[in-house]
Design a protein around this ligand. Structure first.
Ligand code: NAI
Length: 327
């Protein structure tokens, strides 16, 4: 099977071409452009394509892929809200993903965002390098003894809950399907989580039902001085309302690994360009906001697991075997 690998970065090659990942039945061609309606035609002559979270797999793209003869879309990630599954199903294209490749990678990054924003590590690093050992502007708050509110306690949320417990926090959570393994977690409704949590960490997938679940109304229900972290999907938060909340002094710290309008920005070097989106420019202007570039997944362990599972997905498709990663 010939697979066209869109949006290739050096680290993708390193892991997908690694000795463990060689698979004689699957031949990969690596190209740099991201998959979108404009680039989908490049898949002519390929049976499969491999894509990532930041690409556009809307009905238009899927339709072009179908006309090119593509039968398999391999998402080398867990989330798939950017894929029009209905459109893929309608034209008989199988979509597979990599669930739970390393929940700890994302949860540890969520906690890194909390600690960085809370204890102003980004500022302390620069100040010390400039021989400025003054502490003004660096005061944080203890996590120990405070309440962490986890929204979505699947694989990543559960890992985050364990980390928060390790920090001596009381952990409460909201999920329609409570995770029975988390016996130290108290499940509450969303309203109570908003009202009681000192740290709110989002770990649910983006669906039609929870689009903009963090908005003016829900922000108003949060404690003053709350910390908010999003490593899940940008559109869970209505950015304009978040910006207003930050301006109003509602948040002690905000950590965002994902944000609305991230497509076109994440994974690209934009250092010599003028930022197109004013929302991003405004977010970056706040001293208590820490932004990273959708990199929660980015550890050696996670990339190895992603490459292995993606190759197994391709192989399972070739062999007509179901391995549970079909969407
Ligand atoms: P999972 O499927 O194991 O868990 C998701 C949990 O969220 C489930 O328990 C589900 O019942 C719950 N849930 C669904 N809708 C909800 C809602 N409206 N409110 C509360 N809970 C809700 O998923 P996993 O592996 O834990 O991943 C979670 C999300 O993390 C992914 O959907 C993806 O968006 C994001 N992610 C981010 C990465 C990054 O690099 N920043 C990397 C991988 C995933």
């Amino acid at each position: 099977m010939k697979i066209l690998f869109f949006g290739t970065k050096s680290y993708d090659r390193e892991f997908f071409e690694g000795p463990d990942e060689k698979c004689p039945d699957v031949e990969i061609t690596f190209i740099e452009p991201n998959l979108s309606p404009e680039t989908a035609r490049l898949a002519e002559g390929f049976e499969g394509v491999c894509a990532f979270v930041n690409m556009d797999l809307s009905a238009r793209t899927v339709d072009i892929l179908h006309k090119c003869g593509v039968k398999l879309i391999l998402m080398r990630c867990a989330g798939y809200n950017n894929v029009d599954l209905e459109a893929a199903k309608a034209c008989g294209i199988t979509v597979m993903h990599v669930p739970g490749y390393s929940p700890e990678a994302v949860a540890e990054h969520a906690m890194a965002l909390v600690l960085t924003a809370d204890r102003h590590m980004h500022k302390a690093y620069i100040k010390c390098r400039e021989n400025n050992f003054n502490l003004s502007g660096l005061m944080g708050i203890n996590l120990h003894g405070r309440t962490a509110g986890i929204v979505g306690t699947g694989k990543i949320g559960a890992a985050m809950a364990r980390i928060c417990r390790g920090f001596g926090m009381r952990v409460i959570a909201y999920d329609m399907y409570p995770n029975k393994e988390l016996d130290f977690v108290e499940y509450v409704d969303f309203e109570r989580l908003l009202a009681e949590a000192d740290l709110i960490s989002l770990h649910c997938p983006l669906t039609k039902d929870n689009y903009h679940m963090i908005n003016e109304k829900t922000i108003a229900k949060m404690k003053d001085g709350v910390m908010l972290v999003n490593t899940s999907r940008g559109a869970l938060i209505k950015t304009e309302d978040l910006i207003q909340g930050i301006r109003d002094g509602k948040f002690f710290a905000v950590g965002l690994d994902v944000y609305e309008e991230e497509n076109g920005t994440v994974y690209e070097d934009m250092s010599d360009r003028i930022l197109e989106h004013s929302t991003m420019a405004r977010l970056l202007s706040f001293p208590n906001v820490m932004v990273t570039s959708h990199q929660g997944f980015f550890t050696k362990e996670a990339l190895l697991a992603i490459s292995r599972t993606t190759m197994d997905n391709a192989l399972a498709f070739v062999q007509g075997r179901k391995n549970g990663n079909e969407l």
